[in-house]
Design a protein around this ligand. Structure first.
Ligand SMILES: [Zn+2]
Length: 212
């Protein structure tokens, strides 16, 4: 399977300028974007680059919802990449991780709120897939297109992304949690983040044990 580069230009953001390339992949020509800042001089400036992989979420990223942390993650990751001047931000614009589509994600959110259920309880009760559908196979081709080696510090605690990148011959030297200002987040998301953090530390400890 091949991805197709569509366009490339510079994007001026609140966090400074980024190079941007958009790609299409898969039967439905889904869009994936790469934004990057690379310190290329003098080469090799840094042996590893920051990498954030973000899946689509309209409520969080477009409408700045405070009852999900996606928008906060995007902001934190772009800031971090901008400060380091060496990193890539990948955004799967049409893909929300599980592969049921952004429209179904809206339906799931509405059921969560109406029935007071968690995201995974809704997936279970409505028969949606509960495992992540793989779009990360595109990553080696994206890295080749923008000309960076596959040696990264992964931003954000995700065992799924960590494992899949390693399968795809990425060297993941470290996983860093994203720093998120929680003061604006809704209480339920703050609780979710605490759970994520504890899963994160268990995960990090297991990686350390594996590499001993
Ligand atoms: Zn979200």
């Amino acid at each position: 399977m091949m991805i197709k580069e569509i366009a490339r230009h510079t994007l001026e953001t609140r966090f400074g300028p980024f190079e941007l390339a958009s790609f299409a992949f898969g039967d439905n020509q889904q869009m994936v974007l790469a934004l990057w800042r690379l310190d290329r001089s003098p080469l090799p400036a840094s042996p590893e680059i920051l990498l954030r992989i973000q899946y689509g979420c309209i409520n969080g990223t477009v409408f700045k919802a405070v009852d999900c942390d996606c928008g906060f993650q995007v902001e934190s990751a772009l800031k971090r990449i901008s400060q380091s001047n060496n990193g890539v931000f990948i955004y799967f614009a049409d893909h929300e991780a599980f592969g049921f589509g952004l429209a179904s994600k809206m339906e799931i959110v509405s059921i969560e709120k109406r029935e007071g259920k968690t995201f995974f309880e809704v997936l279970e009760s409505r028969g949606y897939p509960r495992t992540v559908s793989d779009v990360l196979w595109t990553m080696p081709q994206i890295f080749a297109a923008i000309g960076v080696p596959r040696k990264v510090i992964l931003l954000g605690a995700s065992e799924e992304k960590f494992n899949r990148l390693k399968e795809l011959d990425f060297e993941v030297t470290r996983v860093d949690d994203l720093v998120i200002d929680q003061t604006e987040l809704s209480q339920s998301v703050v609780q979710e983040l605490q759970t994520k953090r504890s899963i994160f530390s268990t995960f990090i400890n297991s990686i350390m044990r594996r590499s001993d």
